[in-house]
Design a protein around this ligand. Structure first.
Ligand code: E4P
Length: 216
């Protein structure tokens, strides 16, 4: 399973990269605006820092605007993936970007049939937002499971990128379902590493060793 970091923050990206866990980065207008400053400079720094794919999202809502922005976004680096919203105009843009060989990530996907349309039009990634669905008492992961079945039934190569992840159980379920990628907030990646029994076990080992050394 690939791990992407869902952030536009350079310190977080550096830290997870140093841990060897960074396969790529996803951003969105909210995450970009959180960092403040010049978004172009920020996007360029992220693309330089990250070896893997970096999703940068368009702001336009017509397919003409999206295509224009996509052409600009890909100039930030060879690893740019253009993030397109799952709306009819987005699908029109997706078709053209696929034909031009530009990598795409269809975002704001909330149903398996939306994912099917994106896969049919050649999206590189499709991003089901599981946490936001869970917040409405609908199972986000159930939709991901159905997407996996549909993509496998028809041999679509579109990767399922589980997004809007809220906790480690979303990662566990993604792994069990066979999702290709999870994009995680920094805090969730850190949570994945932690277990109280690891901490108490290590403390006990070190204390026993210290006592043994002092008894020599
Ligand atoms: C995905 O690419 C999005 O940036 C992100 O996962 C959205 O998650 P949120 O529901 O936490 O905003």
């Amino acid at each position: 399973m690939e791990f992407f970091l869902d952030t536009a923050n350079l310190d977080q990206i550096r830290e997870i990269n140093d841990l060897g866990l960074l396969d790529g980065v996803t951003t969105n207008p909210t995450l970009m605006s959180r960092e403040g400053g010049d978004w172009r400079e920020q996007a360029s720094l992220i693309c330089d820092l990250v070896e893997g794919p970096v999703s940068l999202e368009v702001i336009g809502t017509t397919h003409e605007e999206m295509i224009k922005e996509a052409k600009d976004l890909v100039s930030f680096g060879p690893n740019v993936v253009v993030k397109i919203p799952m709306i009819p105009e987005g699908l029109m843009a997706l078709k053209e970007l696929t034909e031009r060989g530009i990598k795409t990530n269809v975002t704001l996907v909330f149903s398996p049939t939306q994912a099917l349309l994106a896969a049919k039009l050649g999206a590189t990634y499709v991003s089901p937002f599981v946490g936001r669905l869970d917040g409405l008492s609908q199972s986000g992961m159930e939709g991901v499971e159905q997407m996996r079945t549909i993509f496998d039934n028809y041999g679509y190569s579109t990767k399922i990128l589980v997004a809007s992840v809220r906790h480690p159980l979303h990662v566990l379920d993604s792994g069990l379902i066979g999702a290709d990628v999870v994009t995680l907030p920094y805090a969730t990646i850190m949570q994945l590493m932690k277990h109280p029994l690891t901490d108490s076990g290590l403390a006990a080992f070190l204390a026993d060793w210290e006592a043994f050394q002092q008894g020599k």
